[in-house]
Each structure stands twice: as structure tokens, then as C-alpha cells.
Ligand binder design. Structure first.
Ligand SMILES: Cc1ncc(COP(=O)(O)O)c(C=O)c1O
Length: 375
């Protein structure tokens, strides 16, 4: 059997990784400023993470959600405390799309309505309702297009108000900082007005924190830069540092009913151990503070590069915008400078999504390499 060929691959075969260094099958080392697409939060093969997973594997790796799993309780308690979201309850699943799928389903259950408001350039995953709320027709099949979704522009409050007041909307879903789209953000005023209008119209506000959550933006959650309280928060990516784990934080005003949501793999023992390890390292090493400080340092360094037209993002969710497409530059950074970076829907944007424990020296190394390639 061959692989179903859906990914255009770079010709690099990583076989090991430590911190932000990834080594390929020929022994070549690469610096990882991409984090496997914002997934690596505490660094590859962090010793505490490896030990936590190894110890757990020797005890029990999986049992179904039909029995007690104290690790889930431990995880929800720790997550509530570190994120300052103690007035939410946690449902665990295994990916970002699944988190958003559950979030949208909950909003529909709770309000009895079905239309979704989403935003231009937003990305929420590739499954049923999540992909329908993703502003990319190319990845929506006819079966997905049956969903009722209206796309709007960030900061256009008049159009938003008209749509939400029609009375058929169950959910508004948005990323506090757009990832795949290219690091655009709503203004605080707009975000706060959206939250207010959701309350007034019995609509659930879903913050998709799959990419900008878990400390990446310099606060635990991206929406926390705007002083709002979403009804539902979806999480994944950095939550497991590579272990497939996701979840939804559900405001305590939404009541759980048996059978409402469910999953085979979500919240298994290994996934909980991985996520606990991530939270423990984030807390012990002050990684959210580090993301905020180094994000500012990165922005300062970027101002010294004339080819950079705009620096976007917050914390260690960053982008450099040029007046040319960056695909060739990314290739050169990989093959000549041995550095992984990311792209976006905005083809002129180079995305930087490293582990949250990188250093100033790593950032200096990145900019020296970038300057070389821009010569
Ligand atoms: C903001 C956002 N939401 C959802 C997803 C989907 O996550 P997953 O690929 O784990 O299904 C992504 C993935 O890039 C994302 O960036």
C-alpha cells in the first residue's frame, strides 16, 4: 500500500529532536522556529515530558471513558488554575478540529439554533462543521457546504450586528490571533462588542485557542489580551507538545448531560500525562512570561531589517511580512541555513512559532541567518 499523497513534502527526514534542534537521517541539525506548526510548546523531548510519559506508559496507557480516570481530574484542576479559567469545565478530545466540532455542537445543543458566524481567513480544522467555518472553499467538500456559515470581516461591527440579530445564529467562532490566515486580530473594542452581542442574542462565543492558546501569545489564552469571557474555548496543539490531545473549556453556565459529547481516545492516560507535563514545565520555567519577553525582543530585532514591511503577532506567535512571496525564502532557510519556519494563507508572510523556551541567542541566530538569505 502507498501513502495517500496529500502533502507536498520538503525533502527532510527528521529522526530525532531535542529542545529546538531537529536532526535528520543524515545527521544534519535544523533549528526549529516552526514547532511542527505551533505544536512544540516546551521543546522537543523535554526530559520532564519524556519521564512523565514513560512512567505513565509503564502504569497504564489507555482505558475507555467508562471508568474513573483521576488524571483527567488532575489535568482539569491544573489547567483551570494556570489559565485562570476555574469557572469552566473541561471536555477532552484528541485534536483541534475535534475540539471545534464539539464546541460548535455544544453551542447548537444549547441554543437550539444552527447558523454559525465565522471570520474571513479563519481556520478551524478539516472536519464537518469546523471546516465549514473555515474560510477556504478548496478544503470544503459538498457535504461540508451543507452547514450554514456566514463569513464576516474582523472589525466590521455593523455587518456583524445585522447578522447576529437575525435570530438563527448558534455560535460565533474566532481566533484571537489568526494562525493559518496570517496573524490578523480583531480589535479589543470589536471583540468586546462581539461578546456583548452574543450574550444579548443567545449566541455562544467560541474562542478557538488551538493555535494561540497555552501561552503562545504571551498570556495563557489569546482572548485574555482583550478582557472578555468566551462561552467555550477550544484547545489542542501546544497542549500536548506533540502528543495528540485537545479539549474544550465549557463555561459553567452550560450544563452537561450524559451522552451529550463523547470520544474513545479523548482524555486517555497518556494524553493527560503529556498535557500535565506541559503545564508543569510552563509553570516551573515561567514560559508564558518568556514568550511575552522574547516576542518583544523579536519585534525589536525585526525593525532592523529593511526588507521586513510589517511584524505581526504576539508572544511567540509571530510573522514577518515582506513585499514578495516567501516560499523561496523558506526553502533557502531550510536547505542553506537549516532552519524551519512557517508559511500562511498570506503568501508574503513568514511565520515564526518556536517552543516557548527559546532564548535571545536563538532569536539572534535566526536574524543573522535571515539577513544572510536576504543579501
Ligand atoms: C486555529 C486552529 N484551529 C483548529 C485547527 C485544527 O487543528 P487540528 O489540525 O489538530 O485538527 C488548527 C490547525 O492548524 C488551527 O490553527
Amino acid at each position: 500500500m502507498k501513502l495517500f499523497d496529500v502533502y507536498p513534502l520538503y525533502d527532510v527526514t527528521p529522526v530525532s529532536a531535542k529542545g529546538i534542534v531537529v536532526t535528520d537521517d543524515k545527521g544534519q541539525e535544523y533549528l526549529d522556529f516552526y514547532g511542527g506548526h505551533a505544536v512544540i510548546s516546551i521543546g522537543h523531548s523535554h526530559p520532564h515530558y519524556v519521564k512523565r510519559l514513560e512512567d505513565q506508559l509503564h502504569k497504564i496507557g489507555f482505558y475507555s471513558n467508562a471508568v474513573q480516570n483521576p488524571l483527567q481530574v488532575e489535568l482539569s484542576t491544573k489547567l483551570g488554575t494556570l489559565s485562570n479559567c476555574n469557572n469552566y469545565n473541561l471536555f477532552l478530545c484528541s485534536s483541534g478540529a475535534e475540539a471545534n466540532e464539539n464546541a460548535l455542537k455544544l453551542a447548537s445543543f444549547e441554543t437550539g439554533k444552527s447558523r454559525v458566524l465565522a471570520f474571513n481567513n479563519g481556520f478551524h480544522g478539516r472536519t464537518s462543521a469546523a471546516v465549514a467555518a473555515t474560510d477556504n472553499q478548496k478544503i470544503n467538500a459538498p457535504i461540508n457546504k451543507q452547514q450554514k456559515v456566514t463569513f464576516l470581516a474582523f472589525n466590521d461591527l455593523a455587518s456583524f450586528t445585522t447578522e447576529i440579530e437575525k435570530g438563527d445564529v448558534c455560535a460565533v467562532i474566532l481566533e484571537a490571533i489568526q494562525g493559518v490566515g496570517g496573524l490578523d486580530e480583531p480589535s479589543t473594542d470589536f471583540y468586546q462588542s462581539v461578546a456583548k452581542l452574543c450574550k444579548a442574542n443567545n449566541v455562544k462565543l467560541i474562542a478557538d485557542e488551538v493555535q494561540c492558546g497555552f501561552g503562545r501569545s504571551g498570556k495563557f489564552f489569546g482572548f485574555q489580551h482583550h478582557n472578555i469571557q468566551p462561552d467555550i474555548v477550544s484547545i489542542a496543539k501546544g497542549m500536548g507538545n506533540g502528543f495528540p490531545v485537545g479539549g474544550v473549556l465549557i463555561h459553567e453556565s452550560i450544563e452537561a448531560k450524559y451522552g451529550m459529547l463523547g470520544t474513545t481516545f479523548g482524555g486517555n492516560h497518556l494524553a493527560c500525562a503529556a498535557s500535565m507535563a506541559v503545564l508543569e514545565v510552563i509553570e516551573k520555567d515561567n514560559l508564558i512570561e518568556n514568550a511575552a519577553t522574547l516576542g518583544e525582543y523579536f519585534k525589536t530585532c525585526a525593525t532592523e531589517i529593511p526588507e521586513v514591511k510589517k511584524v505581526k503577532g504576539r508572544g511567540l506567535m509571530l510573522g514577518l511580512e515582506f513585499d514578495f512571496e516567501v516560499a523561496a525564502l523558506r526553502k533557502k532557510l531550510i536547505h542553506t541555513q537549516h532552519m524551519f519556519t512557517g508559511g500562511a494563507m498570506n503568501k508574503n508572510l513568514l511565520r515564526i512559532l518556536p517552543a516557548l523556551n527559546i532564548t535571545k541567542q536563538d532569536i539572534d541566530t535566526f536574524f543573522n541567518a535571515l539577513k544572510e538569505e536576504l543579501k
